[in-house]
Design a protein around this ligand. Structure first.
Ligand code: CDT
Length: 338
């Protein structure tokens, strides 16, 4: 794992990344069928020397927030939730996903994957309440889960809005993470995770940047039709790379952005999976809108070039000037008062 290699008389920490873009997953596609597709990409990556394969957000099912799947009233989720609940994982790993864990371990590669999580209200470590999160995990080459992240920025709307061509009910089906961002020492570096809409917010990268992140793993499902303001539709691809390239550069970190793209159940989503260097440059990009492995050799030491110069946080940051950013909306400073 993470071979150190001598280059120009210095040791570099290089990791070979496989960004495993997925094409559409149909409403009636089973977990077993999806896992077969994941295994193909995993094996392809391992064959080509990848040490970490990065799958996208909600990679085990169709993007179900596009449908109203409960009674849709003003309150909490109610009524017959059989189909809705079928899209969540109640444990990880579970029998359907175990083959992915087993094969990754056998091949000695790690992976990252996003899924919908339904917590167990009887979990002795829990709060006695069942929660729904949009979650991702980082699994090391030994098959152990070394990090779990729950999405912080939940986009879309809370209630069924019949005027839309399709729904984006993430705010009904997922709670905001109570835990926030964190980083994990793994694969010889410092890794962080974010999920889809998180990538549009500079705070996502900066909070992990302050924790020394060297690689941020991000999966996304981004419909190309944004109903609240369709004038943004032609800019979707531009905005996608804009935010990830800026986040990478301004924090001296690699960013791996992995799509579930293509036309899924009649809704077209952005592909454009990309591996982005701490310089902000896109070093590898998908050329299709379907299942595709995008690879790059990523030198984690490259982060230091930016972390020790232009973005030397200790030397140049002025946190005392940024109070408003972290202030909650009802504090006087957030309203611009002294
Ligand atoms: N999955 C996800 O977070 N998608 C959002 C769509 C925003 S429009 C409701 C995104 O930011 O790409």
């Amino acid at each position: 794992m993470t071979p150190e290699r001598i280059t120009r008389e210095r040791i570099t920490r290089e990791i070979v990344i496989g960004a495993a873009q997925l094409g559409p997953i149909a409403r009636n596609e089973t977990r077993a069928e999806v896992v077969e597709r994941l295994l193909i990409l995993l094996r392809r990556g391992a064959q080509q020397g990848c040490e970490l394969i990065v799958f996208p957000e909600l990679a085990l099912t169709t993007f179900f927030p596009r449908w109203a799947l409960d009674d849709g009233g003003d309150g909490e989720i109610s009524g017959d939730t059989t189909e809705l609940d079928s899209y969540y994982e109640t444990e990880m790993p579970n029998a359907a996903i175990q083959p992915l864990f087993d094969e990754a371990k056998r091949l000695g590669v790690g992976f990252h994957i996003g899924y919908a999580e339904l917590t167990d209200p009887n979990d002795p470590d829990g709060d006695g309440i069942q929660h729904r999160y949009n979650t991702s995990i980082l699994v090391d080459a030994g098959g152990d889960i070394v990090g779990r992240y729950r999405k912080v920025h939940i986009p879309g709307h809370e209630h069924h809005e019949p005027w839309r061509q399709f729904q984006h009910l993430e705010r009904r089906y997922f709670e905001e993470s109570p835990e926030g961002f964190h980083v994990h020492e793994a694969f010889g570096g410092v890794f962080g995770m974010a999920i889809c809409n998180d990538r549009r917010w500079p705070e996502t990268y900066r909070v992990m940047g302050l924790m020394g992140v060297e690689m941020v793993l991000i999966g996304y499902n981004t419909p190309l039709n944004y109903a609240p303001d369709p004038s943004q539709n032609p800019l979707a691809a531009f905005h996608n790379h804009l935010v990830m390239q800026a986040g990478a550069y301004q924090n001296g970190t690699w960013v791996i952005g992995v799509a579930k793209g293509g036309i899924e159940e009649g809704v077209e989503s952005l592909a454009q999976t990309a591996i982005i260097a701490p310089s902000g440059q896109v070093v590898a990009q998908a050329t299709t809108i379907g299942d595709e492995l995008v690879m790059a050799h990523c030198d984690l030491d490259m982060c230091e070039r930016y972390k020790q110069t232009l973005f030397d946080f200790e030397r140049y940051r002025r946190p005392e000037m940024y109070g408003l950013i972290a202030a909650t909306t009802d504090t006087p400073s957030a309203k611009g008062e002294q």
